[in-house]
Design a protein around this ligand. Structure first.
Ligand code: FES
Length: 459
């Protein structure tokens, strides 16, 4: 795979190349100086601060590890901590998501669960040997104790996720935090609600699992109106974040709310757990992104549309020949930006279906079925239709049911127009809630939360 770093300033063609330049200015070489990371013994030129997965992609490396059981190749697909395709050993610590760890001079990255390398792994034979899967629980106990033990020892060596860290992690106790409101999710809905609640005099802790704020808008290739200016997604997200901070919101980025109970919520922030007690919880944690089903859709070289747009933000194209399968306006903008970035772009036309990705290690083509025939397309990256499903699980832990959202054809958190749910202290806003996002609803959520906390919360 050839290097994929692009010089966006030199881009002049393309309907949306102004957006591309705006995105690139956000993470330009001047803003982030050069650095060198080590990947499996090779020195890789990177830019300080960009995610390691992006640095490796820019250097032409898209296969980072192997799957636990069948050693199928794995590579970044979402670029936002959603798919686990980029799990790597970084600075001696196993299972770190390379899409969330920034490149810094001297960082050492190793592929894991592969021998001798992620690109050429002898244990891939397991995948070819058992094309119809195998049930390891029964296969290994069938032939007596001695063989069973030998098989278990072998499996323990060949499967799993990396080896133990070089250093024991520091055993920090949880940080206990009391606030009026906990807001989970810092897309536009969460940020504006957190800002308004703080302006109303409430103490607000706002968390998001990503190291940056802005949610889906951050990766959008459209320009957004802000203070009479048109800005690209990252600048829009950062401006909303700055406003929330200026209003007094305690913002924690890279902080994942992973469990919520009646008496508190556990948030993992770096090496530390936070135990957050809040009178009200507002879930604005958006959607999961998954990829529509087709053969070998787990192969390196398959990206969500959001990941392809995010890579462009760092001046990197996901492929030289990209097959884009979506058909909405965002996909139009992505195609324009990719071709402005020098990629050859193909699109599925109406009536065509993506059947499978082809390639041994990573994508080298795709099989597409039309009305009357099936044909092959040569490409080194595929951006299939991305399916967005509301992330209702956390609200579910709090005891709130999901309900069918007919208009969006998905399940979402059951909430009324003011974000109220069946749990009095739990509110839902943005795309995770039934009916989706609207500014009228955000205002109503703020009023409902202020009234609830003003009445003394759960009491
Ligand atoms: S989790 Fe890192 S690319 Fe998906």
């Amino acid at each position: 795979m050839a290097p994929r770093r692009i010089d966006v300033r030199a881009v002049t063609k393309g309907r949306d190349s102004s957006v591309l330049r705006a995105l690139y200015e956000y993470a330009s070489p001047e803003a982030s100086g050069p650095c060198t990371i080590e990947y499996d013994g090779r020195a890789i030129a990177a830019r300080e601060g960009e995610p390691i997965a992006i640095s490796l992609l820019a250097a032409g490396i898209d296969t980072l590890s192997r799957s636990v059981k069948f050693h199928r190749p794995r590579g970044p697909s979402c670029l936002r901590a959603n798919c686990e395709g980029c799990l790597s050993r970084i600075d001696g610590e196993p299972n770190r998501m390379a899409c969330t760890v920034p490149s810094r001079d001297g960082r050492v990255v190793r592929a894991q669960n592969a021998f001798p390398s992620a690109q050429v792994d002898f244990m891939r034979i397991t995948d070819w040997f058992f094309p119809k899967q195998f049930d390891h629980h029964h296969l290994m106990v069938r032939y007596g104790t001695a063989i069973n033990e030998a098989m278990q020892g072998f499996a323990r060596k060949m499967a799993g996720l990396g080896t133990l860290p070089e250093q024991p992690s520091s055993a920090l106790g949880p940080e206990e935090i009391d606030r009026d409101v906990l807001v989970v999710g810092l897309g536009p809905a969460g940020l504006s609600i957190a800002e308004s609640l703080a302006k109303a005099g409430l103490s607000v802790l706002a968390v998001d699992e990503e190291p940056t704020a802005g949610g889906l808008v951050r990766d959008s290739l459209s320009l957004h109106a802000l203070d009479a200016k048109l800005v690209c997604g990252p600048a829009y997200g950062d401006a909303l974040l700055a406003r929330a901070r200026a209003a007094g919101v305690d913002v924690r980025l890279g902080a994942s709310a992973c469990a919520t109970f009646d008496d508190g919520t556990i948030v993992i922030s770096g090496e530390r757990a936070l135990w957050v007690r809040a009178k009200a919880r507002v879930f604005a944690n958006g959607c999961h992104e998954s990829i529509a089903p087709f053969g070998d859709n787990d192969m390196p070289g398959v990206y969500t549309a959001r990941a392809a747009a995010r890579a462009l933000r760092y001046g990197v194209r996901v492929g030289d020949a990209v097959l884009v399968c979506g058909t909405d306006a965002d996909d139009d903008a992505l195609c324009d930006a990719l071709s402005a970035a020098g990629a050859r772009v193909e699109r599925l036309s109406a009536g065509q279906t993506l059947v499978e990705a082809t390639g041994l290690g990573s994508v080298t083509g795709a099989v597409v079925r039309g009305a009357s025939e099936t044909h092959k397309i040569k490409c080194d990256a595929i951006v299939p239709v991305t399916v967005r499903t509301p992330a209702f699980e956390l609200a579910g832990q709090a005891g709130v049911e999901a309900a069918r959202d007919g208009a969006r054809r998905c399940f979402a958190v059951r909430a009324d127009e003011s974000g109220r749910t069946e749990r009095r202290d739990v509110f839902a806003a943005g795309s995770v809630a039934l009916g989706g996002r609207s500014s009228a609803r955000e205002l109503a959520v703020v009023q409902a939360v202020v009234a609830f906390v003003g009445r003394g919360g759960a009491a």
